[in-house]
Design a protein around this ligand. Structure first.
Ligand SMILES: [Zn+2]
Length: 145
């Protein structure tokens, strides 16, 4: 799940930030930034910046600054919005018995791996709940030194 992070800057120091749902469109986020930036404008400035682009007296106080993927509106303070990818890397699972790393999705392949390599230590049916819970203790560590 992606997240829109909105940051408020004053004199280029971050004052605050908010995380919004990533399914908001860039247009919707731009509108939120306009409303936030407008709080620091006078009524006359809000009106002049809301005029049509070709209108005499039109100001750019609430227009996007720059053309990058990040949305930047306002002068000082200004607001910045960027879409942050929430895709977390699937944590690689490792066989606690031999250190084999399971590539792909989580424990995919543990069944065949365990039956082939470690069935003599403990049956897969016994080992699997412990592996899942992360409480499996390596057999070798139980042996007397
Ligand atoms: Zn193993």
């Amino acid at each position: 799940m992606n997240t829109w992070r909105i940051q408020k800057f004053e004199s280029f120091a971050e004052q605050d930030h908010w995380d919004l749902p990533g399914n908001l469109s860039p247009q919707e986020v731009t509108e939120i930034l306009r409303r936030l930036a407008a709080r620091y404008l006078t009524e006359e400035e809000v009106i002049s910046s809301s005029l049509r682009a070709n209108h005499k007296g039109k100001t750019d106080l609430l227009e996007r600054v720059g053309s990058g993927p990040d949305i930047h509106i306002g002068d000082n303070p200004f607001y910045l919005a960027q879409l942050i990818s929430g895709q977390e890397l699937v944590e690689a699972k490792t066989c606690p018995e031999c250190g084999h790393v399971f590539k792909g999705n989580g424990w995919d392949g543990i069944d065949a791996h365990w039956r082939a390599k470690h069935e003599d230590i403990m049956s897969y049916e016994q080992a699997w709940p412990l592996l899942q819970a992360g409480t499996y203790v390596k057999a070798a560590s139980c042996e007397p030194v």
